[in-house]
Design a protein around this ligand. Structure first.
Ligand SMILES: Cc1cc2nc3c(=O)[nH]c(=O)nc-3n(C[C@H](O)[C@H](O)[C@H](O)COP(=O)(O)OP(=O)(O)OC[C@H]3O[C@@H](n4cnc5c(N)ncnc54)[C@H](O)[C@@H]3O)c2cc1C
Length: 441
């Protein structure tokens, strides 16, 4: 039986899936595949990882749906290039379809996979699904990469049409399509968490449903109040792993709240930037900012990680992050700004810490936002802007509802004094960054 494979990566869903719809439209029976990538898994520091648990559960959900319909869902552990080579040698595969992934690692991996499949005479077809506009689809008038979000947003919105947000009828097509069942011996067993060398770690993830309309309608008024449980949409984990399609989320936002729509577009923006500038995953976009002599004091870094800085909003944020794997955007900005400016610790330390802890960790968004806060990015807050965490607290949590939830010892002798004086830290940051920018290259 001649088949094609649909390789799921950041799109753990059958509905509204561009690549899956295209695979089904090819007319060949489609066999879904997920690969637990050894190159990624082997580098996860914690062998009980909530993200892997989430991925595993979602893959099993798709697999069970497939087997209930009489089909085969392939799941393997290994290096994708080797797994795919083995599969095209085992089965009669005409093509492998998948959705594009714009991270530097993924583009390298896909180039390697494409070359190997080509050698075996198998087509490797990729589709845009994760974002609405990718790569160089939204450029400046002079054809350069946009570095100002406002201008990017204007062009983006002018191009955004209802058609672009229409759902791909992949789940419906799947229900109508023939269900290929492969020889179970050859298909092999699906890995378990245990066989992958991991233990379960459950952390709360909001459901894959869209947020309630009321949450979306009020978003612009509630998004900066971290004490509210539904102040923001909590879409990020679902968008990260593609259990929800970005088109669905954008359709709702476009109908109900332009502020939310523009926030979701930041996601496309940062993915576009990382695709153009893959080096910014690990170094400042602005060469002048590559020479900042960060202090990188390890004890202060630990105090930040553990929420013991003596600044209630920073400490509440870090404790929420440590316990839940989530943090609302406004508090992410406060804790990040404090680390890179008041403590003068390299933004990459913070970026890595977030990478370990965030359930919605996503390289482009994490790096883009950290570089923004550090003043080092292609788009960035002015390097000399240093927000006062105390003023921030007044603005976002005037009744201390949020900080008391996470820092119960606030106001007692057990709560530490500030690790650094705000004015001192601010002046030191501005002076250090000024000198670094003036220094000869
Ligand atoms: C230092 C720092 C690190 C961050 N790291 C990540 C990360 O690893 N992964 C991640 O998904 N987001 C990251 N963000 C962006 C943002 O904070 C989260 O997307 C958001 O808080 C998730 O909660 P929500 O879904 O309720 O967001 P909402 O406020 O309801 O926004 C809806 C959606 O819009 C998008 N969005 C909103 N704000 C941003 C933004 N600033 N940049 C990019 N997309 C945005 C997200 O997809 C989000 O799910 C980071 C922000 C900062 C300041």
């Amino acid at each position: 039986m001649k088949i094609c494979i649909f390789w799921h990566r950041r799109d753990l869903r059958f509905h509204d899936n561009a690549g899956l719809a295209a695979a089904l439209a090819s007319g060949l029976p489609v066999v879904p595949l997920f690969i637990y990538d050894r190159d990624i898994l082997d580098h996860l520091p914690d062998k009980a990882d909530a993200r892997l648990t989430f991925i595993f559960d979602e893959v099993e959900r798709l697999a069970q749906e497939t087997t209930a319909a009489g089909g085969t869902f392939l799941a393997r552990y290994g290096r994708p290039v080797e797994v795919l080579e083995e599969l095209v040698q085992t089965f009669e595969v005409a093509a492998v379809h998948t959705n594009e992934d714009y991270e530097p690692y993924a583009t390298r991996r896909d180039a390697e996979v494409g070359a190997v499949l080509h050698r075996h005479g198998v087509e490797f077809l990729r589709y845009k699904d994760q974002v609405v506009f990718a790569k160089d689809e939204v450029m400046t008038k002079s054809g350069t990469v946009p570095k100002v979000f406002g201008a990017y947003l204007k062009t983006y919105l002018a191009r955004l049409t209802d058609e672009l947000l229409l759902p791909h009828g992949s789940a419906e097509a799947l229900a109508r399509a023939p269900v290929p069942r492969l020889d179970p011996q050859k298909a092999g067993p699906r890995p378990t968490l245990d066989s992958l060398g991991f233990a379960r770690k459950e952390q709360f993830v909001p459901t894959a449903d869209l947020p309630a309309d009321a949450v979306v309608r009020n978003y612009h008024q509630t998004r900066n109040t971290p004490a509210l449980q539904n102040g923001t949409t909590r879409l990020s984990v679902q968008l990260r792993f593609g259990t929800l399609s970005v088109r669905q989320a954008m359709r709702q936002a476009r109908a109900l709240n332009p502020k939310l729509l523009s926030e979701i577009i930041w996601r496309d923006f940062f993915m576009m930037l990382l695709w153009h500038f893959p080096n910014t995953a690990t170094e400042a976009y602005d060469p002048k900012m590559r020479r900042v002599p960060y202090r990188n004091d390890e004890a202060e870094f630990r105090a930040w990680c553990e929420g013991r800085t003596g600044y209630p909003l920073v400490d509440a944020g870090m404790r929420e992050l440590n316990q839940t794997g989530y943090l609302p955007n406004r508090v992410r900005m406060t804790v990040a700004g404090f680390l890179v400016k008041h403590l003068l610790i390299d933004w990459r330390w913070g970026e890595r810490y977030f990478a370990d802890k965030l359930l919605d960790y996503e390289l482009a968004n994490n790096v883009g936002n950290w570089q923004w806060m550090a003043g080092t990015g292609a788009v960035a807050a002015p390097w000399f802007r240093v927000y006062s965490p105390a003023n921030q607290l007044e603005q976002v949590d005037p009744h201390r509802e949020y900080v008391r939830r996470w820092v119960p010892e606030l106001g007692t002798a057990r709560y530490p004094a500030p690790i650094v004086d705000h004015q001192f830290g601010r002046d030191r940051a501005v002076e250090t960054l000024r000198q670094a920018r003036l220094a000869a290259p």
